[in-house]
Ligand binder design. Structure first.
Ligand code: IPE
Ligand code: IPE
Ligand code: MG
Length: 254
């Protein structure tokens, strides 16, 4: 969903500096380095990463955020050793199994972004169950990008759009950005206002490449297993000091 307000809505640029974000998205990076620096196996870093995820979901609810998206396995992460891929799948399973009841009770709607293709059957069933179980919830949206790649998502969206064009439910002449977005995995979620990446890397690694077109990027040195509420607040405060212009002019510049 396009969340950037039009220039007509805002006068010149976007919402005034200081406004609270609707949606924060996080590239949870640095588990391996966290483990390495302690001479521990990478899998331990991933385990501690799940604890950081749990803390962050709670912190996001506490600070009054409505939408949180986390990048937990990319379509490129298949390039890692099978043992690591299996460990990451096992952790997703454990997270959903352990937290789903509580999340459902707390009014959290869980969505899994990404392709189901290539996922083992048990994981596919689990993610379908998590989505179905929380479908009626609307207090807080938690999107987990798992087996997710921004380019893959766009190609899949184009395939869906092509089907709608050929069955006549979509008119090629009226297809525009807004109507295209219904085919993305995030169709019911606003665009992220902030994309945080931990671990001191400065890239998107194929994360939300359509949706983050106007996101404020916040790069933090903290390794993901050490991330907590204070880092989330720091990122939101950084965002609040930025001036978003969405291609318009700074307020008072005209
Ligand atoms: C992030 O930590 C988790 C995933 C990518 C699944 P990494 O495993 O990438 O940790 P580093 O970047 O090697 O430290
Ligand atoms: C991005 O991190 C993917 C996730 C956090 C799930 P990576 O560690 O895989 O990214 P690169 O390889 O450093 O770009
Ligand atoms: Mg990494």
């Amino acid at each position: 969903m396009t969340s950037a307000p039009s220039a007509a809505q805002t006068g010149e640029g976007g919402p005034p500096a200081g406004s609270f974000p609707d949606h924060v998205a996080i590239i949870m990076d640095g588990n391996g380095r966290w483990a390495k620096s302690r001479n521990l196996p990478r899998a331990v870093g991933h385990e501690r990463g799940v604890e950081a995820l749990r803390r962050t979901v709670e912190a996001a609810q506490d600070v009054g955020l409505k939408n949180l998206t986390v990048y937990s396995f990319s379509t490129e992460n298949w390039r890692r050793p099978v043992s690591e891929v299996n460990a990451l799948f096992g952790l997703l399973k454990a997270y959903v199994k352990r937290d789903l009841d509580r999340l459902a009770r707390e009014g959290v709607r869980v969505r899994i972004l990404g392709t189901r293709k290539g996922l083992p059957d048990d994981i596919r069933e689990l993610v379908d169950r998590a989505e179905a179980r929380t479908e009626a919830n609307s207090k807080f949206n938690l999107c987990i990008a798992f087996n997710y790649g921004g380019r893959e998502e766009i190609v899949r969206a184009v395939q869906k759009a092509a089907k709608s064009l050929s069955d006549g439910s979509l008119n090629p002449d009226t297809l525009d950005e807004e109507s295209f977005e219904q085919f993305l995995d995030t169709s019911e979620v606003p665009d992220p206002d902030i994309v945080i990446r931990t671990s001191g890397e400065y890239r998107l690694s194929n994360f939300l490449i359509w949706q983050a077109a106007y996101a404020e990027l916040v790069f933090m040195d903290v390794l993901w297993p050490d991330f907590g509420k204070e880092h989330l607040i720091e990122a939101i405060e950084t965002f609040q000091k930025r001036e978003r212009r969405f291609g318009g002019l700074a307020s008072g510049a005209a």
